[in-house]
Design a protein around this ligand. Structure first.
Ligand code: PMP
Length: 409
């Protein structure tokens, strides 16, 4: 007879399988952090976080806080309904127009999360005669969108556009519409797609192209406009740009940007927009203020770049493995195994730096890492100190010495 479990039993068993015992030996996740460089409430110690994607250091900027406070005072907390049927605030338009203008799109629409923007857009756009081509290292929100779409999903090898081209040559004729999805800056590896090549491929095969600019907005390009600016590609050659307000814009929410005809249609039909509440006026105002500051205080983009380049240079000098990272906002340090990664994370935590281990979740099982989000608000001393701590960990120093001894012979 089939044994039925209560939901509680089911959850307890699944959590145990997922490694609950390991967490009980000292949980590095959900640290009680109030913000960068503040007291950790539980331990009473001060530490610096490299685990928050406040790339430009805007989340506590006085102008962002006062914009949020003014919106709270005027409009209250919530948007109170779906905008389609409940009406919208001028703040929604202001933010959407500013985003579209900034990234070079005709129009943009905001949603309550970046995750939702990917899931709902991907599943909405493609039908049963269509196909989706996604990078094998796509973020979970892209994969979830693909899973909930009725279209067929085909994965190509990470950033391997010969592979994508091969797959499209082989299969393009089977489908009506085809959409390729890539990320602007990959959130676990800090690397990027060869966009000029990708745009050629997509045009050659009459495919649509969507870029998830979650980690590239405010990070890539001279002005922080994202992957197109970084690669010198006209953004009009990209069909859709999806992004979040939660990273460089220091707020919360997502957006979709593209041609007006596409975005206008989405405003009336996109399930994650039509059947979900509008963005809170408070966080709309905060994100709009952050976007303005990103342009007015250009030094933040420059400082972020200098910090990330310093981090990568020092890491390489110390013999640390940053994988394929290009040296912008996200830089991983790869370790041989999970134990070494955990050990490194704990070592940093003991010495005032919060960088939780990335093991299994979001990365291949054999590629554990510490993933560093670099921010314009980090100091060069902090970057030097954190690399120094990693380089001088006894196990790593021993490994580096062994490699040096071999290469000297
Ligand atoms: N896309 C990518 C590449 C991400 O890394 C994330 C979140 N880290 C999201 C989308 C979802 O964004 P949000 O957290 O704003 O919902």
């Amino acid at each position: 007879m089939t044994k039925f479990n209560s939901l509680e039993d089911h959850a307890t068993r699944r959590f145990r399988l997922a490694g609950k015992a390991y967490l009980e030996s000292g949980d590095p996740f959900f640290a009680p952090i109030d913000s960068l460089r503040q007291e950790a409430a539980a331990s009473g110690r001060r530490f610096t976080s490299f685990a928050n994607y406040d790339y430009l250091g805007l989340s506590t900027h006085p102008a962002v806080k006062s914009a949020a406070a003014a919106a709270l005072d005027t409009f209250g907390v919530g948007a109170l309904a779906s905008r389609l049927v409940g009406g919208q605030r001028s703040l929604h338009h202001i933010l959407e127009d500013d985003i579209a203008k900034f990234i070079g799109a005709e129009s943009a629409v905001t949603l309550v999360s970046g995750y939702l923007a990917n899931v709902t857009t991907i599943s909405h756009l493609l039908g049963s005669r269509d196909a989706l081509f996604i990078d094998e290292l796509s973020h979970n929100s892209i994969v979830s969108g693909a899973k909930s779409a009725v279209a067929e999903t085909i994965m190509f090898r990470h950033n391997d556009f010969d592979h994508l081209d091969f797959l499209l040559r082989e299969r393009r004729d089977r489908y009506r519409n085809v959409m390729i999805v890539v990320e602007g800056l990959y959130s676990m590896d800090g690397d990027i797609a060869d966009l000029p090549r990708l745009v050629e491929i997509k045009e050659q095969h009459n495919a649509w192209l969507m870029i998830d600019e979650a980690h590239s907005l405010g990070v890539l390009g001279e002005e922080g406009r994202g992957l197109c600016e970084h690669c010198g590609v006209d953004p009009k050659r990209v069909d859709l740009m999806v992004g979040t307000l939660s990273k460089a814009l220091a707020s919360c929410g997502g957006f979709i940007a593209g041609k007006s005809a596409v975005i206008d249609w989405m405003r009336y039909t996109l399930p994650g927009f039509v059947y979900s509440v509008g963005l809170s006026p408070v966080i709309s105002a905060a994100a709009a203020a952050a976007l303005r500051l990103m342009q007015e205080e250009h030094w933040r983009i420059e400082r972020l770049r200098a910090n990330a380049e310093l981090f990568v240079t020092l890491a390489h000098e110390a013999g640390l493995d940053t994988g394929p990272a290009i040296g912008r906002g996200v830089v991983p340090i790869l370790f041989a195994d999970s134990l070494e990664t955990l050990d490194a994370s704990r070592h940093l935590m003991e010495n005032g730096f919060y960088v939780p281990p990335i093991i299994q979740i979001g990365v291949p099982k054999d590629q554990p890492r510490l993933r560093f989000f670099i921010s314009a608000s980090h100091t060069q001393e902090e970057i030097k100190a954190v690399i120094d701590l990693l380089a001088k960990r006894p196990s790593i120093a021993a490994a580096v010495q062994a490699v040096e001894a071999v290469s000297a012979t």
